[in-house]
Design a protein around this ligand. Structure first.
Ligand code: AMP
Length: 516
């Protein structure tokens, strides 16, 4: 396969009047509209002097126009660079400085602040794109542009997009994903998840992250399916539209929230053939609760910004709670000893490494970091720690940087979290390490609970279940865990918040009961 990703995903067909996007408030954007609108955005970019390889940085609210712009970038050969809408101006400054975009696209309300910043950083154009009726200067330019355009020829190895990693430690890195990477992943997922043009996806994810953009949108396009595009995740909106769709893709927090709503049950989910979860670990308990409530086994998959999706539980076979499934066709997954790089046998825990057509081309202008994260034989070192079982199902234990080394022993947080989560009354937990004068790091747990008793009782229980060195030195009861927009628990925030925990003898000595 080679060629511009746009042509591979959106080749004109006989059925162009069919719906691509159904808007929740009513109204349809057809595949014919998509061809015309994406050409208009490509032409608007050309008018702004955008050339193949130029970066178009976008921080704007979710809307169909963002998808038109993304496809317009592909057609113009420009690199689409979406940013989390939650990033502050100070954070955006770093991304503009690093990516040096020719065009910055922002929400109308952010124009004044961004203009000053972008001028200082030498950006040629700042234009606006609003959601809904807001329009914006880029939308106006696009509306006035021709609905036909020339698609810039691209090869597999040409970069299509730069997605910045969430960067919980150190600087965020720009992962360069190529036309070939995105095409390979979209068509592999279409086949594995048996997407057809009859499917309707309920899209409740952000459009600045790999999950909502390259999994949800690209797979829908590859199958010439349709999607109901929600402005964001909202329980009422999901409940209102679930009976109109055949597929839902969410992060684990979405499923947890939906389970708290009594309207979610077999009748509401009767039309749905597939529920997908990813981007953060889905608790086995949530998997089981969802099955009991709706009759559907959630299909959990594992991916990351740098690779797209690597593994998936099977559509037809067993979907194992707690496992992230088997490698997609064409993708190789191995678990190795992090130090020596030697492959480990089934059942052993080590670093997860990935090779395949989905693996990115490197970090933008960071050749040393790129070099450091690839093995000589082409495998990408993911930074995730996990285990492959005898059937080839992958289990993720956590990020290697979250591994706790206490008194010289390695503790994998997931194992401790699973024991805590199994206690009646516990809602969820996060286990992390913080500096400890005796042990190097002290195993520490933040626990959200309905009523799991006192810290002492919980600790006494864990001591029956886990080797002493794995047991938390402290359990902190909290109202909620800090999460990013994709539902990932931010352990770096917990580590920072509690960095002094074991250097304060008075606090460490006091047994506590429920606090928040
Ligand atoms: P991101 O690049 O923001 O998509 O984050 C990728 C990371 O999310 C991976 O490296 C994993 O640590 C985590 N992740 C993604 N999917 C899963 C999953 N199904 N289970 C556990 N962790 C996951």
């Amino acid at each position: 396969m080679s060629g511009n990703l746009f042509g591979r995903l959106c080749a004109p067909g006989p059925d162009e009047s069919r719906a691509f996007i159904r808007l929740p408030a009513g109204g349809v954007i057809s595949y014919a509209d998509l061809l015309a609108r994406s050409a208009q955005y490509a032409n608007a970019l050309l008018d702004l002097g955008v050339e193949p390889g130029d970066r178009v940085l976008v921080q704007a609210d979710k809307s169909p126009q963002i998808i038109h712009l993304y496809l317009g970038c592909l057609r113009a050969g420009a690199l689409f660079l979406p940013l989390n809408t939650a990033y502050t101006l100070a954070e955006v400054e770093y991304f503009i400085g690093d990516a040096q975009p020719r065009v910055v696209v922002c929400a109308p309300g952010k124009l004044a602040a961004l203009l000053t910043l972008a001028r200082r950083l030498g950006v040629a154009h700042v234009v606006t794109l609003g959601a809904g009726a807001q329009g914006g200067s880029l939308a106006e330019r696009a509306n006035a542009s021709d609905t036909l355009c020339f698609d810039v020829p691209r090869e597999d190895a040409d970069v299509a997009t730069i997605l910045y990693t969430s960067g919980t430690t150190g600087r965020s890195k720009g992962a360069m994903l190529t036309h070939g990477n995105l095409a390979a992943n979209a068509f592999a997922l279409k086949a594995c998840w048996r997407f057809t043009s009859d499917d309707v996806l309920l899209h409740a994810l952000p459009l600045f992250h790999i999950h909502g953009l390259f999994v949800a949108v690209n797979v829908t396009l590859a199958a010439r399916a349709s999607m109901v595009l929600l402005p964001s995740f909202d329980v009422d909106a999901v409940v209102a539209h679930l009976s109109e769709v055949t597929v839902f893709m969410g992060v684990p927090t979405h499923y947890v929230r939906l389970l708290q709503d009594d309207r979610v049950g077999p009748a509401l989910a009767a039309n749905v053939r597939l529920f997908v979860s990813g981007s953060a670990p889905l608790l086995a308990e949530t998997h089981r609760d969802w099955l009991a409530r709706t009759g559907h086994a959630i299909l959990e998959r594992y991916g990351m910004t740098e690779t797209g999706i690597n593994t998936s539980n099977p559509y037809g076979g067993e979907r194992v709670p707690g496992a992230v499934g088997q490698p997609l066709p064409g993708v190789s997954v191995r678990v190795v000893d992090a130090e020596s790089g030697a492959a480990l046998p089934a059942g052993a825990t080590g670093m997860i490494e990935i090779k395949g057509p989905n693996v990115f081309a490197g970090y933008w202008r960071m050749p040393d970091r790129t070099h450091a994260e690839f093995r000589d034989d082409g495998y990408f070192v993911t930074g995730d720690v996990g285990m492959l079982d005898a059937r080839g199902y992958l289990y993720i234990v956590g990020r290697s940087k979250d591994l706790i080394i206490t008194g010289g022993f390695n503790v994998y947080p997931r194992e401790v979290e699973a024991e805590i989560d199994a206690v009646a009354g516990v809602v969820e937990s996060a286990v992390f390490g913080v500096p400890h004068p005796d042990f190097g790091e002290g195993v520490t747990a933040a626990v959200v609970t309905r009523d799991a008793g006192s810290e002492e009782r919980l600790l006494a229980h864990l001591k029956q279940r886990l080797a002493g060195y794995k047991c938390p030195k402290r359990i902190l009861f909290v109202a909620e865990l800090p999460r990013n927009t994709m539902g990932k628990v931010q352990k770096n925030v917990l580590r920072d918040q509690h960095a002094g925990l074991y250097h304060l003898p008075a606090v460490a000595a006091t047994p506590r009961s429920l606090t928040s």
